[in-house]
Design a binder for this molecule. Structure first.
Ligand code: TYD
Length: 131
């Protein structure tokens, strides 16, 4: 199940600080980090499923929504703070949309990049689930 994971938050008049440690906060080993930024208004990212990749997504800046779909149920999570993120297990369809101006999405991934891990078509996703 996808779930929100809270991160440590050090509030400070000099500016706030949050961090992620692999073993403490993330339920998988980190192999890759990437980020999505400069998303034009109205654009959708990440319309696909991953067969193996687990990920943890944080809105480092701004806000966006993540729709997660297991083929039967859809859930939408709004991310808009940098002190929590969404854990998405493998095998789920997900879409990212409603990006605010200057939104910065940090994606921490359990795998190296592999195009073979993607299912980019929703019908193919449903057939993959039915296997
Ligand atoms: P993609 O994951 O399809 O973007 P999104 O999920 O945001 O819609 O990635 C777009 C392209 O970027 C993809 O075709 C290949 C490249 N890419 C890499 O080479 N390495 C990476 O780690 C990622 C995430 C993407």
């Amino acid at each position: 199940m996808p779930r929100i994971i809270d991160l440590p938050k050090y509030m400070d008049p000099r500016g706030n600080l949050t961090f992620i440690e692999e073993e403490s906060h993330i339920p998988f080993n980190i192999n890759r980090v990437y980020w999505i930024y400069d998303v034009p208004g109205g654009q959708m990212r990440g319309g696909h499923a991953f067969k193996e990749q687990q990920e943890f997504i944080v809105a480092l800046s701004g806000s966006f929504d993540i729709l997660v779909d297991n083929g039967q149920q859809k859930q939408t999570f709004s991310l808009n703070r940098s002190y929590y993120g969404l854990y998405i297990p493998q095998g789920l369809w997900r879409e990212m949309n409603n990006f605010s101006t200057n939104a910065l999405a940090l994606v921490i991934s359990s795998t190296y990049f592999s195009e073979k891990d993607y299912i980019r078509n929703y019908k193919d996703y449903l057939s993959w689930l039915a296997k």
